[in-house]
Write a new protein. Structure first.
Length: 290
């Protein structure tokens, strides 16, 4: 399975420990269903808001040990309730995801990079923090790196999806970045390709890559096969950025995707990450083990 909004993020794959797969799958179905409530179907914005509020009420019900409504019980909240109580999942992180989907219904543009990262703190970062919680990893440095990876994945998804987001009226490129290149939000909404637009996308891709590389050392704080899964997550994001670069940043008119042909490149990149960090100092290793 893969989360389409984070399609570079494998979920409950064979690299994930078998014991954790039901928990990861429950988190996935929770996030996927909330995302669909916000984006799929023909419901009005008010109807989608009402659905998300009902969804939140079911989350709060299971957190309090009560039964959820029948609407999503079998597919989402019955399995999630078992996981939530077994692993003591932070309910606030799950609620943050709902808040992000509600924000998508209310807000279609962002003033600057900090404001967009604030959105990522609810739309993407909770996923990484929930997974770290399952592994019992709570060190501040690990959480910081997880946030960097997840925010980067969200940004990469935006820069990959210009041709999809424009037609539905969403502009995720910050207004300050648009202004620095002499562009308007209307140009992105209409997917107008131009040298200025490509320069903008190059800037945004460099930002996402910087965040990804800041978070990448997290792969060495996660044990076993799960650490290798995260290596592939990181490499998947970097590969999408490489494809955008190879098409000369024309993602307003063409959407890059990963294919089976990319697998050897991702695996080689993952192996190189392992070798790259074997020379870490003992003080760094001690810090990461806290």
């Amino acid at each position: 399975m893969s989360i389409e909004h984070y399609e570079n993020f494998p979920v409950a794959s064979w690299l994930c420990p078998r014991s954790l797969r039901p928990a990861v799958a429950a988190i996935y179905h929770f996030a996927r269903t909330a995302d669909d409530l916000a984006d799929e179907g023909e419901r009005s914005s008010a109807g989608r808001q009402a659905d998300l509020q009902a969804y939140r009420e079911d989350l709060l019900s299971i957190a309090a040990g009560r039964q959820p409504s029948p609407r999503w019980a079998a597919a989402v909240f019955t399995p999630l309730a078992a996981v939530l109580h077994s692993y003591r999942l932070p309910v606030a992180l799950l609620n943050d995801l709902i808040c992000a989907f509600e924000q998508d219904l209310q807000k279609s543009s962002y003033r600057d990079r900090p404001e967009l990262l604030d959105y990522c703190s609810r739309s993407a970062n909770p996923i990484g923090r929930l997974l770290l919680h399952l592994y019992g990893i709570h060190a501040p440095l690990a959480l910081q790196r997880s946030d960097a990876i997840c925010s980067s994945l969200q940004l990469i998804n935006f820069w990959q999806d210009f041709s999809r987001d424009g037609p539905i009226g969403r502009v995720y490129a910050p207004q300050t970045d648009l202004q620095s290149r002499g562009l308007s939000g209307a140009a992105l909404l209409s997917c107008q390709d131009s040298p200025a637009a490509r320069a903008l996308i190059a800037d945004l891709c460099a930002w996402a890559e910087q965040l990804m590389r800041e978070g990448a050392p997290l792969v060495h704080q996660i044990p076993g096969r799960a650490g290798w899964e995260l290596r592939l997550v990181v490499q998947g994001g970097l590969r999408i950025l490489a494809k955008i670069k190879a098409m000369h940043y024309a993602s307003l008119i063409q959407r890059p995707t990963l294919t089976p042909m990319d697998a050897p490149i991702l695996l080689w990149g993952a192996l190189r990450m392992s070798k790259q960090y074997t020379t870490r100092t003992s003080s760094q290793q001690q810090e990461e083990s806290l």
